[in-house]
Write a protein that binds this ligand. Structure first.
Ligand SMILES: *[C@@H]1O[C@H](CO)[C@@H](O)[C@H](O)[C@H]1NC(C)=O
Ligand SMILES: *[C@@H]1O[C@H](CO)[C@@H](O)[C@H](O)[C@H]1NC(C)=O
Ligand SMILES: *[C@@H]1O[C@H](CO)[C@@H](O)[C@H](O)[C@H]1NC(C)=O
Ligand SMILES: *[C@@H]1O[C@H](CO)[C@@H](O)[C@H](O)[C@H]1NC(C)=O
Ligand SMILES: *[C@@H]1O[C@H](CO)[C@@H](O)[C@H](O)[C@H]1NC(C)=O
Ligand SMILES: [Zn+2]
Length: 543
C-alpha cells in the first residue's frame, strides 16, 4: 500500500504539463484507467451535426402556443439544483447501461427553459416557505413565513393576524374562477411547499396545534397549518390532498392505522372533521391511508379525496414498502383523473419533496433517485393531459452538492472521481461543501472515503464544513415549461414571476392575462372561420 502512495506522490510531483489551473492528468494511477466507455460513433463530427438537426426539428415545431391554458400543473422538485439535474440524468442513463451524461430527464425535453432567482426578502439563500410563497402567490416574503407578505417577520403571530398581509395563491385564483385545485407531495401535506398552496402562517413549523402552543401562542389567533388545510379556504376546497403527515391531524391519544400516535393537543381528529364536513355538504369523499385503497379508486375517485400514507413524510422510494406506499407517479395519476372532471379546468401542485431531504443528509444516491421518481411523475402527467394543459417544472432552491472533476465519461456518477486530491487521496465525483458527511482528519490526513461502503443508500458523501444538516444553496434553479404559453418561461427572472406567468396563460388571478383570454370566443370554430375570412379580405385589400 505504501509503495502505491509513494508512487502517487512522485507522479503528482512530475505533473508539470498544462497550466497551473488545468494540470495534465498525470495523477491518475494505471489501475484507475478504464477503456473509453462512450459510443465510438461520437468521434465522428457527423454525429454531432445529426444530433443538432434532430433537436432543431423538434424546436421549430414547438416555437409558440398562444392558446388558453385550461389546466396548469406545477411540478416542484424540492432542492433540485442544477448539479442535481445533471447527476440524476446521468444516473438514469447509467441504470439503463448507457454512459449517462447524454441522457435527458423527461422534463428536460420540454421546449422552453429559463432560470429563476430564488433569494427571499431577508435571505440570500432561501428556505422552502418563502420560496413557496414566491412561486405560488407572486410575492417574495421572509424566510420561514408562508402566505403572508414581507410585513410579517418570522414567528410574529400577532403581525400575521393582520388580514391585509394575507396572500392568495394561484390555487385560490383557480378556485375563484370555478376551476378545481389539488396538492400531491411526498412530504407531510402540512410541510412548507404544499402549505404554500393554502396556508397563511408566520412560521412554517406551526404544523399542528402542539407547535403553536409550544411557541406560546393560541390557535384561536394563529391557527396551525393542518387546521387551516381542513377548516378554511382554499384548503377545504381542494379536491385532492395526497401525501404524508397523519400525526398533524390526529389527537395525541389516537394511534393511526400504522400504529403511530397523533400530535394534536386539542383532541380534534381533523381527518374525521374533513369527512363530516364533506358529508354535510352531500359531497362524495374518501380518506385513504394505503396504496391498495388508492389504486382501487384510481379511475373513479370520489369528489373529494384525502390520502395520508404515512404519519410523517412518505418513505424514500428506494426504502419504501411498495405494498402500502404509492409512487409519486401513481399519486399524480389519481390527482389528474380527479381534477380533469371539471370542464373549466384545474390547478394541480405536485412536489417531489424528498430530493431536499436526501441532500440535507448528504445521501446523494437517495436525492438522485427521488429526482428520477419526480421525473417519472412529470412523464405520467404529459401522457394523461392534452394540449390545453400548461406544465411547469422547477425547483424552489439549490443545494451545495457539486459535481467534481475530472471523472471519465461513463464512470459511475455515484463513484469516486478518477483524479486524486493534492494529498494523493481520492475524492467522490459528488460531494458537498457542508453537511453531516464532513469527517475529522485521521493522523493529520483526509480520510479515504472510497474504502467505505459507498454503495449503501445511506452512505454520506463527504463535506468540507461539518453541519448536522447540509444547507440549501443560493444558485438559480431551472424552470422548464410545456403546453400553452410555454415560451413565457424563458429568460432569467424572479421566482415570484412564475405564478403570474402561469396565471397569465390560464386567464386567472388578479394580474395581466393573455390576449387569448379576452378573445376566448376565437376558440369557437365558427368565429375562427369568421376571423379567417376577415384576414383573407384584409390581405386581398392590401394588394
Ligand atoms: C444492464 O446490464 C446488466 C448486466 O449486464 C443487466 O443485468 C441489466 O438487465 C441491464 N439493464 C438494462 C436496463 O438494460
Ligand atoms: C397591516 O399590514 C399592512 C401591510 O400589509 C400594513 O401596512 C399595516 O400597517 C398593518 N396594520 C396594522 C394595524 O399593523
Ligand atoms: C397530549 O395533549 C394534552 C393536552 O390535551 C397534554 O396535556 C399532554 O401533555 C399531551 N401529551 C403528549 C405526550 O404530548
Ligand atoms: C389498506 O387499507 C384497508 C382499509 O383500512 C385495509 O383493509 C387493507 O388491509 C390495507 N392494505 C394493506 C396492504 O395494509
Ligand atoms: C454495503 O451496502 C450494501 C447496500 O446497503 C449492503 O448490501 C452491503 O451488505 C454493505 N456491505 C458491507 C461490507 O457492509
Ligand atoms: Zn431543505
Amino acid at each position: 500500500m505504501w509503495i502505491k502512495q509513494a508512487l502517487l506522490v512522485v507522479l503528482v510531483a512530475v505533473a508539470a504539463g498544462g497550466d497551473q489551473y488545468h494540470p495534465e492528468e498525470l495523477q491518475r494511477s494505471a489501475t484507475q484507467r478504464v477503456s473509453e466507455a462512450f459510443n465510438t460513433n461520437e468521434r465522428s463530427p457527423q454525429f454531432w451535426i445529426d444530433n443538432f438537426e434532430a433537436d432543431l426539428e423538434k424546436r421549430l415545431r414547438n416555437i409558440q402556443n398562444n392558446k388558453v391554458a385550461r389546466n396548469v400543473i406545477m411540478f416542484l422538485g424540492d432542492g433540485m439544483s442544477i448539479p442535481t439535474q445533471m447527476a440524476a440524468r446521468t444516473l438514469k442513463g447509467q441504470r439503463e447501461n448507457r454512459t449517462g451524461e447524454e441522457t435527458e430527464l423527461h422534463f428536460e425535453t420540454f421546449p422552453t427553459a429559463g432560470l429563476s432567482k430564488t433569494y427571499c426578502l431577508d435571505r440570500q439563500v432561501p428556505d422552502s416557505a418563502c420560496t413557496a410563497t414566491a412561486y405560488l402567490t407572486g410575492i417574495k416574503n421572509n424566510r420561514g413565513t408562508l402566505g403572508v407578505n414581507g410585513y410579517v417577520p418570522r414567528f410574529d403571530c400577532l403581525a400575521s393576524t393582520n388580514q391585509s398581509t394575507h396572500l392568495d395563491s394561484i390555487a385560490a385564483w383557480a378556485l375563484a374562477d370555478g376551476r378545481d385545485a389539488g396538492i400531491v407531495t411526498t412530504t407531510r401535506v402540512t410541510h412548507a411547499s404544499p402549505a404554500g398552496v393554502y396556508a397563511k402562517s408566520a412560521n412554517r413549523g406551526w404544523e399542528s396545534d402542539a407547535d403553536v402552543n409550544a411557541a406560546g401562542f393560541s390557535t384561536d389567533i394563529c391557527p396551525d397549518i393542518a387546521m387551516q388545510l381542513i377548516t378554511s379556504s382554499p384548503g377545504n376546497q381542494l379536491k385532492v390532498i395526497l401525501g404524508g403527515g397523519r400525526s398533524q391531524f390526529l389527537p395525541n391519544t389516537t394511534t393511526d392505522e400504522e400504529g403511530d400516535l397523533g400530535f394534536r393537543q386539542d383532541g380534534r381528529n381533523l381527518i374525521e372533521e374533513w369527512q363530516n364536513e364533506k358529508n354535510r355538504n352531500g359531497a362524495t369523499n374518501q380518506y385513504v391511508w394505503n396504496r391498495s385503497q388508492l389504486m382501487s379508486l384510481r379511475n373513479s375517485p370520489p369528489e373529494y379525496l384525502l390520502g395520508l400514507f404515512e404519519a410523517d413524510h412518505l418513505q424514500y422510494n428506494l426504502q419504501a414498502d411498495k405494498v402500502t406506499e404509492p409512487t409519486l407517479a401513481e399519486l399524480t395519476e389519481v390527482a389528474i383523473n380527479s381534477l380533469s372532471r371539471n370542464e373549466k379546468g384545474y390547478f394541480l401542485f405536485v412536489e417531489g419533496g424528498r430530493i431536499d431531504h436526501g441532500h440535507h443528509a448528504t445521501w446523494a444516491q437517495l436525492a438522485l433517485d427521488e429526482t428520477i421518481e419526480f421525473d417519472l411523475a412529470v412523464k405520467k402527467a404529459t401522457e394523461l393531459v392534452g394540449d390545453d394543459t400548461l406544465i411547469v417544472v422547477t425547483a424552489d432552491h439549490a443545494h451545495v452538492m457539486a459535481v467534481n472533476g475530472y471523472t471519465q465519461r461513463g464512470r459511475d456518477i455515484l463513484g469516486p472521481s478518477d483524479d486524486l486530491g493534492g494529498d494523493g487521496i481520492p475524492y467522490m465525483t459528488l460531494s458537498y461543501t457542508n453537511g453531516p458527511g464532513a469527517r475529522a482528519q485521521v493522523d493529520g490526513a483526509r480520510v479515504d472515503v472510497t474504502k467505505e461502503n459507498i454503495t449503501d443508500v445511506e452512505w454520506r458523501s463527504h463535506a468540507e464544513v461539518y453541519r448536522s444538516s447540509e444547507t440549501h444553496g443560493g444558485d438559480d434553479v431551472v424552470v422548464t415549461a410545456w403546453g400553452p404559453h410555454h415560451h413565457l418561461f424563458t429568460g432569467v427572472y424572479e421566482q415570484s414571476h412564475i405564478p403570474l406567468r402561469m396565471a397569465y396563460a390560464a386567464c386567472i388571478g388578479p394580474g395581466i392575462h393573455a390576449d387569448a383570454c379576452s378573445s376566448a370566443a376565437l376558440l369557437h370554430p365558427l368565429s375562427l372561420l369568421y376571423s379567417l375570412v376577415l384576414a383573407v379580405m384584409y390581405h386581398t385589400v392590401q394588394h
